[in-house]
Write a new protein. Structure first.
Length: 414
């Protein structure tokens, strides 16, 4: 069954502007876990109507609320902001990190066993982590736009995992929870960011294993695109494998608690839910260990980097949270396509620069002819300028750039 129709961009932009008027006030209210712009949910199903949505730990009837706790004169069908309805959703969120061993009686866990082993070549959708972290997902092989080097893309809480993490730390594949050890090092932590925009990091491959741009079960990512309501997206993760959902919320503000970093307030995030109809019995689009997966469209464009999901195990509460991919790529300086670096100029050869310049200015000195007194005096002065007063001979001259030497000669010949 197809999902809801995609709304007009102008309507979503107007709804986001309306949400901005109340966003901070709503997020400060007790029990509120997130706010976003998304499809209104009616009778347990997504509708095509764009709404301002309030996510709460526990949904209560309006009659049980104090007047100051009611969203805009009521949580019923008449509640609205700037003409957009207000919808209240029961949902709580946490990082999609591993919280323990998987139940191997679960068919999805059995399917993911290969993803949790030593995999060569390295590719998206398999287990990896910093040595201090249990396990997460290698989202994709990407390329450093500064150097062209291949890198691993995943989350901060997968590749760093601690506020004390430092560039150069070891990244292993598989992660420690899946049996990885220091002997399974494949990369070093290069850049990382945990702030209101993203939970993301990249690590440069060390060349110990081959790699491919493929995503396990999916084609390579071809580009990036912004998230739009109603778009069907797919990811390949360490725990739940290849899963598909629909973007039902954008412009999301959500608070996530991290073990080492504390509470982080994210803005402009993306929410994904299972494809309708609901309830999606026994369908998990993400679980612990899927952190770092890349959500992509049917056209193979990356949309977001998965980092969190629901804490409620009920099928009706199933969802995934990801950060928009384009700001992440810009901040961490990577591309999904190989980066061709322009050829670098060769390093200057190890030559006797003093002799080369003197020969250029005074050919007679290099031809065997006797130089004039003036030529000898000028050559000696240049040698002194190039070698310094402590040098024993012109052969001891340090290598200098042409620009430095020419400037020295100009000063001497004035």
């Amino acid at each position: 069954m197809p999902g809801p129709k995609r709304p007009k961009k102008a309507d979503v932009d107007a709804a986001s502007a309306a949400l901005d008027q109340v966003r901070h006030g709503w997020m400060r209210r007790p029990g509120v876990t997130a706010v976003d712009v998304g499809f209104k949910i009616s009778d347990g199903q997504l509708t095509d109507e764009v709404a301002l949505r309030v996510h709460v730990e526990r949904k209560r009837p309006v009659s049980a609320l104090a007047a100051e706790d009611v969203f805009n004169d009521g949580d019923g069908p008449n509640a609205e902001v700037d003409g957009f309805p207000v919808d209240v959703i029961e949902a709580d969120y946490a990082p999609s990190g591993t919280s323990g061993m998987l139940d191997l009686a679960d068919p999805e866990a059995i399917e993911s066993v290969n993803r949790k082993s030593v995999v060569t070549p390295l590719l998206g959708g398999i287990s990896c982590a910093n040595e201090r972290v249990t396990a997460g997902t290698l989202g994709s092989i990407v390329f450093d736009t500064d150097t062209g080097d291949p890198m691993i893309l995943s989350n901060w809480h997968v590749l760093a995992g601690d506020t004390a993490a430092a560039v150069g730390e070891s990244i292993i594949q598989p992660g420690r929870l899946d049996g990885g050890t220091a002997a399974n090092r494949v990369a070093t932590l290069t850049r990382m960011e945990l702030d209101s925009r993203m939970d993301a990091a990249v690590a440069t491959l060390d060349g110990s294993r081959a790699h491919t741009r493929d995503i396990l079960g999916l084609d390579p990512i071809s580009g990036m695109s912004p998230a739009t309501l109603g778009t069907t997206v797919t990811k390949s993760g360490r725990t739940t494998g290849v899963t598909t959902g629909v973007i039902d919320g954008v412009s999301m503000s959500v608070a996530i608690n991290y073990r080492s970093a504390g509470r982080v307030n994210f803005t402009n995030q993306i929410r994904i839910v299972p494809l309708p109809p609901w309830p999606a019995q026994d369908i998990e689009i993400s679980r612990g260990g899927d952190s770092g997966s890349v959500w992509m469209t049917e056209g193979r464009n990356a949309v977001g980097l998965h980092f969190a999901g629901e804490t409620n195990p009920a099928p009706t509460a199933e969802n995934a949270i990801c950060s928009p991919i384009e700001p992440i790529a810009q901040e961490l300086r990577f591309s999904f396509s190989p980066v061709i670096q322009p050829p670098q100029p060769p390093a200057p050869p190890e030559v006797d620069i003093w002799r080369r310049l003197i020969c250029l200015l005074f050919p007679s000195l290099c031809s065997g002819s006797a130089p004039s007194d003036r030529e000898a005096a000028v050559a000696g002065a240049i040698a002194q300028a190039l070698t310094g007063p402590t040098a024993a001979s012109p052969q001891a001259a340090p290598a200098r750039t042409d620009a430095e030497m020419l400037e020295a000669i100009r000063q001497l010949l004035r």
